[in-house]
Design a protein around this ligand. Sequence first.
Ligand SMILES: [Zn+2]
Ligand SMILES: [Zn+2]
Ligand SMILES: [Zn+2]
Ligand SMILES: [Zn+2]
Length: 429
Amino acid sequence: MICPKRTTELLEQFLEPFKDKDPAWEIGVSKIAGRGVFTTRNIKRGEVIFRDMPLLIGPAARKEDTLNSCSVCFKLLPDTKFMCRQGCGLPICNLCQKKKQHKADCALFKSWEPCEPEVANSLIIRLLCPARAINCTKEQRDLMYCLQATLDNNHRTEVRNAAKCFRKFPTDKKLIDIMNRAVAVLRTNGFDETSDRTNDNQEFFYRALFPLFALVNHDCVPNSYYTFEEKTNNMIVRASVDIPSGTEITTTYTKLFTGNIARHLFLKMKKTFTCKCQRCSDPTEKGAFISAVYCRDTNCPGLAVPEVTGMPQPNWNCLECKQKSPHAPMSKAQDLAVGAINAKTNSNSLKTLIQYIKEKSSSFIPESNYCIIDAKLQVISRLSKSLEDCGEESAGTKAQFCQDILDIMDKLGLGDCVMRTYLETEKAK
Ligand SMILES: [Zn+2]
Ligand SMILES: [Zn+2]
Ligand SMILES: [Zn+2]
Ligand SMILES: [Zn+2]
């Protein structure tokens, strides 16, 4: 682990343009993992804790994406003739064609000679983000090297595959190492498809590395949330709740509404750590019962929850009759409920789905279960687009479903976040 003090210095230098004379944060040694970001004074709910800007940013250009968005401003372009006419192999808008950023990108990629520069190639476009590390200043690159990177067997694949799309791809080991390192850092703590930071109802069309945010550790009930400034892509991190001085700032790498078992598995597989936060240590998830299913004993009205063991297939306990059950039948009950709800979501009118959630589903799955939360979020989203006619009560239904989810968020202790703003707005509409 690189010394927290050196990390703070590099970050302060990088974030210098914000002219924040009295930062409310510092880097310290975390109880959760490695280094973490800590408050240096009391912060009120809603207050800005820090702003961050991308050290690296570029188009996501995933296989399923359309590739016609500008490689500098990410604006969607017409579906034909959107490639740079200079032959760099990048999509570019008329305005950004003349910008300094594209001139640097263009010179770099042109010197490598893309095999088919007029054809949009996701491997080339996706490489832009890590390749931009080559033109970083020494200080910026030091900062990148100071961030955590999972240097596993796969992290070299991306550059290796993209190399085949150029005639004169560099063979200089130092350049290749910079790009491989950037890929590994992006995958570990950036916004990238493999790191899956698409939590809290936000989607990303680019891949990016925000270096200060990269040091924020995970908690399943985070005390901060982030939004982005329009136009600049700068990130603003705010307090979700009142945070005392000296507290570690946390964010969430998982979706807010998944149960203990699913979150544990996700964090273990993708982030290779075991979360020991309050929510994860409590089988009831702070009384929100997001994983709960009904007791196997049909005469018992109790809820059964999975034991906190960190294992993928724990036993379940009924909180009423105390009966212990193995994992298999309980997860089967959960899977059946998910299947039944999905069938209604996919094949029926919105009206039928609403009726099903209101009248039928509670006979086989508790209302607090995540599959009901997901179904309600679907209904809210569909009603807000109001493409379907669902009768006069639809406004009331939407407000009710929003409130149901807000109540669950309150139980979890989730303060302000993008999801809360969304639900409160939809509820009031
Ligand atoms: Zn542009
Ligand atoms: Zn160009
Ligand atoms: Zn947790
Ligand atoms: Zn029971």
